[in-house]
Design a protein around this ligand. Structure first.
Ligand SMILES: Nc1ncnc2c1ncn2[C@@H]1O[C@H](COP(=O)(O)OP(=O)(O)OP(=O)(O)O)[C@@H](O)[C@H]1O
Length: 241
């Protein structure tokens, strides 16, 4: 279970961009984090992970999150990643073996087998010796998901993983995330395409600096909450399509 309590984050020490956010994810789920541009979605994830200073507390299965980092994976927004870094696909995935950054630990044959198996899962095995810079956006996102698989993370944070990627990659990733959820993992995804929300997410967190609503998608993804989150201009689609 993930519990976030009273999380507030400010970049300048004066104005909060995330304010007093509290929520709980009780069971293994695929959770969408939704809100307009600048709502603080990426900041919320970084604050939960303590990548930036935040006030408040975060627990995973009753333990403070910072004490279970081995079990937590984070795939940042594509725009924040340096594609020119000279590293092959299999080396990139192997970083998941030692998330604490012990780069020089010897990687055993068994470890490489795990890397290869993970690459097969995302249909990227034949690219394993290519440089990451040679991949398409969707292929690279699949490699990053393979890295979380190798890490054996139980709690996975993905920031806009489907932006600018092909539909084949999106389907491969989504199928794997469903498999992860069925194995007991929880995945939180910053997402902005409202069209696929009901299809993709078990639970939602709606926010606009403050939390608007959270819980089961069926209950939360309703017109009233969407207007509170996005404002009156939002066009809410009915169930017919
Ligand atoms: N490193 C930073 N320094 C200062 N301000 C920042 C920084 N990162 C984000 N902000 C500001 O914090 C607010 C929330 O940004 P954030 O990126 O978390 O929103 P978001 O909901 O993820 O937006 P988007 O959907 O556009 O990616 C915005 O006003 C943004 O300008």
């Amino acid at each position: 279970m993930l519990a976030v309590k009273d999380l507030s984050i400010s970049y300048d020490g004066r104005t909060n961009v995330v304010e007093n956010v509290s929520f709980q994810i009780e069971k293994p789920s695929i959770v969408g984090i939704l809100g307009p541009n600048g709502a603080g979605k990426s900041t919320l994830i970084k604050g939960i992970l303590r990548l930036i200073p935040s006030s408040g507390e975060t627990y995973y299965n009753g333990t403070m999150l910072k004490n279970v980092q081995r079990k937590v994976a984070y795939v940042e927004q594509k725009s924040a990643i340096d594609y020119t870094f000279p590293i092959t696909v299999r080396e990139c995935v192997s970083l998941g073996l030692y998330p604490s950054g012990k780069l020089f630990k010897r990687i055993t044959a068994q470890d490489w087998k795990r890397v290869e198996d993970a690459l097969k899962k995302v249909h990227m095995h034949e690219y394993q010796n290519k440089q990451i810079g040679a991949l398409s956006g969707g292929q690279f996102q699949r490699v990053l998901i393979a890295r979380t698989l190798v890490q054996e993370a139980d709690l996975i944070f993905l920031d806009e993983p489907f932006v600018g990627i092909d539909t084949v990659s999106e389907k491969i990733i989504m199928d794997l995330l469903v498999e992860f959820r069925n194995q007991g993992k929880t995945i939180l995804i910053v997402h902005h395409d409202l069209g696929k929300v009901k299809e993709y997410f078990d639970q939602l967190i709606l926010m606009n600096k403050q939390l608007i609503a959270y819980g089961d998608t069926k209950k939360v993804f309703v017109e009233d909450n969407l207007i509170k989150t996005y404002g009156d201009s939002i066009v809410v689609k009915g169930d017919e399509g």
